[in-house]
Structure formats: structure tokens, C-alpha cells
Design a binder for this molecule. Structure first.
Ligand SMILES: Cc1cc2nc3c(=O)[nH]c(=O)nc-3n(C[C@H](O)[C@H](O)[C@H](O)COP(=O)(O)OP(=O)(O)OC[C@H]3O[C@@H](n4cnc5c(N)ncnc54)[C@H](O)[C@@H]3O)c2cc1C
Length: 613
């Protein structure tokens, strides 16, 4: 029989991969993805430099003093500022700003590798993250030459501290409903801002704020560069928070705050789009932070599990502990595969745009925007993993995990914010599906309809026969099965609910979980296959293969549940039975032994005494 999968691979154009969200209909081969083993020595040196910086400036002082810095205390606030300035002296504040404006001009994938490393800095990841991303990129991406020259060198060197002010007391997820208002003076020289912002990271000590406000009766917001010393600007008290206490979070107020009209950033009314585009970058960075949090936490868990004896044996001998360790390792490995695959695709898109004559900053912006679906998925997975890993490692430590001195309860508290900021996880989950539908239906860049329609016929014509499967054929078909499950449910739900689908959030969230699993399971599988095809004799891939299998095993369980819930939520009668039958055909049992896989993965990590890759 014709194999439509492989046929499609050979027919597509070289640029196909650069369509964000395209993974759901395309079949990617291992050689088409980037894997973290391909980072150059120079890139890895940057990562090590950031980890060393965090260890020396954050971890060691914490363990020496036995307490975390608190931005609510003036003395600690000074220390936080001095650490940020020190980072600036090393060039770490300008990673994404081009050399022309005093930055390091790192490629996109290195800039997210930086964020993986930054996870070692606990709350400082948020502080430096705001400086290098949401606080400065709006100027780099949208500023005019004069604005770039005026602010970027200072931000890149750490002399100026930057901050991003979008959220208001009554507008969080619904950001465009912000009430902060700007009025242009009659002579056109000055805007007068009135209103208030809340939860502003770095706000307590920033010099420059990117502020979103509506000009007069505009429907959409505009963006302004506001300096701390402008008349009518004031900063509230530091917020008392559950975690990231060493990060400054304040309210800021505008009382007839006078902003020169040349500080309007980009076009009037373009602020909302700008705010959303900037958040795409922040989202994949949270994904990379999840990789760092997973590696850091599980290493602590492994060290403790080997040392701690109960019932006359190390707790590492217990299956319950092994299961926790293997779950974190497996999820971290899969997330790493997915994050850097995406980062490299973004870099390729940026290169393509630059070659077509688009300037550097706009190429970066558009490159990331193309992969908005993937960025939203990675935000959700990264935040979930950071929270899961810190929680489970605290559990491995028993009572000691709850004690402040080990820093684990701090990591647990610090990680929780990642599910909330840069758009909550729920909002990002729904966004991943909404963006994909938009691309599929409006721009026709991804043929969701066409792909979905073929599935019942393919199943009935027994394309999905299983028979004996050797090598990785079974996994390849199962991953295709997850993708087709997504397309089948999206297509059927869309037919039933039409425009209302997007309002049926429970179903959209079921779909987003399946989409997430399709992308993650495929990435880990492709990574291991790529490593296997390198034929390096020094490379023993037995553990990585087990990780790919365990990931897929758990992924399939989740997809089956989510698919059932979705179908039960919108279909009835014959259609429900037919869809359920089709999903069973797409996702047949994957006969692996999760307990054995888990133990073997953990035993390998215990031998290495750390996250093993
Ligand atoms: C420590 C910290 C630092 C921050 N840093 C910054 C910063 O530097 N700059 C900045 O501008 N903001 C910042 N934020 C704000 C952050 O981005 C918002 O808190 C976040 O976007 C959520 O908005 P909200 O708190 O108003 O929650 P809400 O929007 O009120 O949401 C409450 C709940 O309702 C859900 N919900 C909302 N709308 C919908 C919907 N349409 N469908 C389904 N569910 C929905 C949400 O998922 C959430 O579970 C920070 C927040 C914190 C806590």
C-alpha cells in the first residue's frame, strides 16, 4: 500500500518546517530537528558562565546566610540591584540586544539556553529575565533609532534597569481592557498619563518602564517608554509574596505623569499587539527555565535519596522514590528536546527573513511570532515541570524538604509563579489551540481540515494496520496516532460546535493537552532517533531509548483520557461511538512495562549521582 506519510516527507518544500504549528500535520524526520547535543562549545560556555554566576551570587550567599533576599527590605533591595549590575558588567543583561547597541546579540537558541541556566538563580531568574526580555525587547523590536541609541546600551550594560508594565488591578488576562490613559498636549510635545499598574517586576528599582496605555478614546493600547524621574510617576510598596521574594514586584502610579511624545514606542494603537508579541518570547523562556528547574531539582533529589537511610537502606532503593526520579528525568529530557528543537526553528525562520531583507530586530520578532503555538505549549509544559519537579523533590526529602535551610521549599515557592505570569497556563493552553485554528482556517498555512477529513478513511482502509513492528516503527505510528487524534477531535468538534468551539473551554483544554503531547512525544522520539543515527560508538543510548518509551507510554495514557473527555463532552449516540472507535484504532495499546523502564532510568541516574545527560 502507498505510504502517505513517507510520500509527504519527500514531497514537501525545504521551507515547510518554518511554519509554526505545522508539526501537527507534517511528519518530521530526525535529521530535520536540532538537538541540544549540537550546541557548540561557545554556546555551552555561556550556559556554564550563567550557572557559575548564579551559584556564586545567589546560591552560595543563600546557603551561607541561611535566608533568602527579600525585596521588601531596603538593604536586600540594594543587594539585588548590585547583583543585577554585576550581571550587566559581564554582559548578561544584553544577551538579546545586538552588538550595535552594546549587547551580546546571541542567536535565539543560545538566548533560551541562557534561561535554562538562569533557573539556578531562583528568584533572580525573574529579575534578570525581565531585564533581558519583556523590559528591553519592546525597545529593541519596536523602537526608533533614537530610542534604541538612548536606552539599549544602558540596559545591556546594567546601568539602566528595565521593567514592563501591562497588568492593572482590573485587567490581567484581559490585558486590552486596561484603563491607564494618555492624553496628548495641544502642542503635541507631551503625553499626560493617568492610571495605575500592578505586579510590576523590577518596578521597585527600575529606571525605565515600558508602559501600556490607551491614548484618549483609542480602542487599542499604545506603548510608552517612561523614565522613573518623570513628573507624576510614583512607585508603591513592595508586594509581599509567596515566592520569588528576591524579585521586586510593585504597583506603579501615573498622576498626570508627563511623558515626552517622542517616547511613544512604535505606532499609536499598536501596543496590544506589541504586548502579545513580546510575551511569545517570554513564554518559550519559561519552557527553557523548566528544563533548568528539572535538572537542578532532580539532582538534589538523587543526592539525598542516595544518602538518606530508612528501614536500613537508602531511600533510593524504594520503587516509590525511583518513580519520582524517573518521572522528572523523563519529562525534563522531553522538554529539553522540544525547547531547543523549537528554538532552532525560530533561528532558521529569523535567518530566512534576514536573507529576504528584513532587518534584524523585525526578523527576530516575526521569527518568534511564527512559532506562537509552540511558545504557548512550552510555557505550559515548562511551568508545570518546574512546579512538579520542585514539589516531588521536596517530597523525596521528607521533613527536610520542608525546612528552609536546604532551599527546596524556596524553589517550590519560587516555581509556582511560572504558572501565573506571562499569561496563565490555562490562557496559554487555550491560546495554543486558538492560534493553530487561526493559522489553519484563516491563513490556510496549515491544512487542518484536509488532514482531519482523511483520518476516518485511512483507518477504515486499514492504513493503520499494526502487525509486527520492529525498530521505531511502532512509536512513529503512535505519534502519528496522537496527531490524528487531535485532528479528528478538532474536526468533529468544529463541525458540531462551529464558531462556538472556542467558547467551549473544557474541550479546548482537552485539545491543548493532546496537542502538547503530540509535540513533546514527537520531539523526544526524534531526538533519540537522531542520536541513534549518528552511529557514534562511544554513545550508549539504552537509557535515552527507555526515556522515549516511558514518555510515550505516559503520553498515550493522557491522550486517551483527554480524547475521551472531549468526545463525551460534545458528541452523542452513533457519532460518539464512531469517534471512540476511531480513537481506539489510532491509539492501540503500547505494551511496555513502565515500572521496569522507570527503575532502569533511575538506576542509571543514581550511578551518575545527578541528572545524567
Ligand atoms: C510575581 C508577579 C510578577 C508579575 N510581573 C509582571 C510584570 O512584570 N509586568 C506585568 O505587566 N504583569 C506582571 N504580572 C502580572 C501577571 O502577568 C498576571 O497576574 C497574569 O497575567 C494573570 O492576570 P490576573 O492576575 O489579573 O488574573 P486574572 O486575569 O484575574 O485571572 C484569574 C483566573 O481566571 C482565569 N481566567 C481569566 N480569564 C479567563 C478566560 N478568558 N478564560 C478562562 N479563564 C480565565 C485565569 O487563568 C486565572 O486562573 C506579574 C504577576 C505576579 C504575581
Amino acid at each position: 500500500m502507498n505510504d502517505p506519510i513517507n510520500q509527504k516527507v519527500s514531497q514537501r518544500s525545504p521551507g515547510y518546517q518554518l511554519t509554526g504549528g505545522g508539526f501537527i500535520v507534517d511528519d518530521i524526520t530526525p535529521n530535520e530537528i536540532f538537538i541540544s547535543e549540537e550546541f557548540t562549545e561557545e554556546q555551552l560556555m555561556i550556559k556554564e558562565m550563567v550557572i557559575d554566576f548564579c551559584v556564586q551570587n545567589i546560591q552560595e550567599p543563600f546557603f551561607k546566610n541561611g535566608r533568602e533576599l527579600e525585596a521588601t527590605l531596603p538593604e536586600d533591595r540594594k543587594k539585588i540591584v548590585s547583583i543585577l549590575k554585576k550581571a550587566g558588567e559581564l554582559g548578561l543583561c544584553g544577551i538579546s540586544i545586538s552588538e550595535a547597541y552594546g549587547g551580546m546579540g546571541l542567536d535565539f537558541n543560545t538566548s533560551i539556553l541562557f534561561n535554562e541556566a538562569l533557573a539556578s538563580g531562583f528568584a533572580f531568574a525573574t529579575t534578570l529575565g525581565a531585564q533581558t526580555s519583556i523590559g528591553s525587547l519592546p525597545i529593541y523590536y519596536y523602537g526608533n533609532e533614537k530610542q534604541k541609541q538612548q536606552y539599549l546600551p544602558g540596559i545591556a550594560s546594567g546601568k539602566l534597569i528595565a521593567s514592563y508594565a501591562l497588568t492593572e488591578p482590573n485587567s490581567g488576562s484581559d490585558a486590552n481592557s486596561a484603563k491607564t490613559n494618555a492624553t496628548l498636549s495641544d502642542d503635541g510635545t507631551t503625553y499626560s498619563l493617568n492610571g495605575q499598574k500592578i505586579w510590576i517586576t523590577n518596578g521597585g528599582f527600575a529606571d525605565v518602564y515600558i508602559v501600556f496605555a490607551k491614548i484618549e478614546d483609542d480602542k487599542n493600547m499604545s506603548a510608552f517608554i517612561v523614565e522613573r524621574n518623570y513628573p507624576g510617576f510614583s512607585v508603591g510598596k513592595e508586594a509581599k509574596k509567596m515566592g520569588i521574594k528576591a524579585s521586586s514586584t510593585v504597583q506603579i502610579f501615573f498622576d498626570n505623569c508627563l511623558v515626552p511624545s517622542q517616547n511613544l514606542l512604535g505606532n499609536r494603537g499598536a501596543g496590544f499587539k506589541m504586548a502579545l508579541n513580546i510575551l511569545n518570547t517570554g513564554r518559550i523562556k519559561i519552557g527553557a527555565g523548566g528544563v533548568g528547574a528539572g535538572k537542578f531539582s532532580v539532582t538534589k533529589g538523587i543526592e539525598y535519596a542516595l544518602k538518606r537511610q530508612q528501614f536500613n537502606q537508602p531511600i533510593a532503593d524504594f520503587g516509590a522514590i525511583k518513580q519520582k526520579i524517573s518521572n522528572i528525568i523523563t519529562q525534563t529530557y522531553a522538554l529539553e528536546a522540544t525547547v531547543y528543537r523549537t528554538g532552532k526553528n525560530i533561528d532558521k525562520k529569523i535567518d530566512e527573513l534576514v536573507q529576504n531583507g528584513v532587518n534584524d530586530a523585525t526578523s527576530k520578532l516575526k521569527g518568534v511570532k511564527e512559532f506562537a503555538v509552540e511558545c504557548a505549549i512550552l510555557k505550559v509544559v515548562g511551568a508545570n515541570l518546574a512546579c512538579y519537579a520542585t514539589d516531588e523533590v521536596m517530597q523525596i526529602h521528607g521533613g527536610m524538604g520542608y525546612a528552609a535551610e536546604l532551599g527546596l521549599e524556596m524553589a517550590y515557592r519560587d516555581s509556582r509563579i511560572t504558572k501565573i505570569y506571562e499569561g496563565t497556563n490555562d490562557i496559554n493552553g487555550m491560546l495554543s489551540v486558538a492560534e493553530l485554528i487561526k493559522k489553519g482556517l484563516k491563513t490556510k498555512k496549515i491544512d487542518l481540515n484536509g488532514a482531519g477529513k482523511k483520518i476516518p478513511l485511512m483507518i477504515l482502509s486499514e492504513y493503520f494496520r499494526w502487525g509486527k513492528s520492529r525498530g521505531w516503527k511502532r512509536e512513529k505510528r503512535l505519534i502519528k496516532g496522537i496527531k490524528n487524534t487531535f485532528l479528528l477531535i478538532l474536526g468533529s468538534a468544529g463541525k458540531n460546535l462551529k464558531q462556538d468551539l472556542i467558547k467551549e473551554q473544557e474541550i479546548v483544554l482537552n485539545l491543548s493537552s493532546i496537542l502538547e503531547e503530540a509535540y513533546m512525544a514527537e520531539s523526544v522520539y526524534l531526538k533519540v532517533r537522531k542520536l541513534a543515527s549518528s552511529n557514534r560508538e562511544d554513545l550508549d543510548l539504552s537509557v535515552q531509548k527507555k526515556i522515549a518509551k516511558l514518555y510515550l507510554y505516559k503520553s498515550l495514557n493522557r491522550v486517551q483520557n483527554e480524547a475521551k473527555e472531549a468526545i463525551d463532552s460534545f458528541a452523542s449516540g452513533l457519532e460518539k461511538r464512531f469517534l471512540t472507535y476511531l480513537v481506539c484504532k489510532l491509539l492501540p495499546p503500547y505494551l511496555e512495562n513502565p515500572k521496569t523502564l522507570s527503575r532502569e532510568i533511575t538506576d542509571h541516574a543514581l550511578m551518575q549521582k545527578k541528572y545524567p545527560f
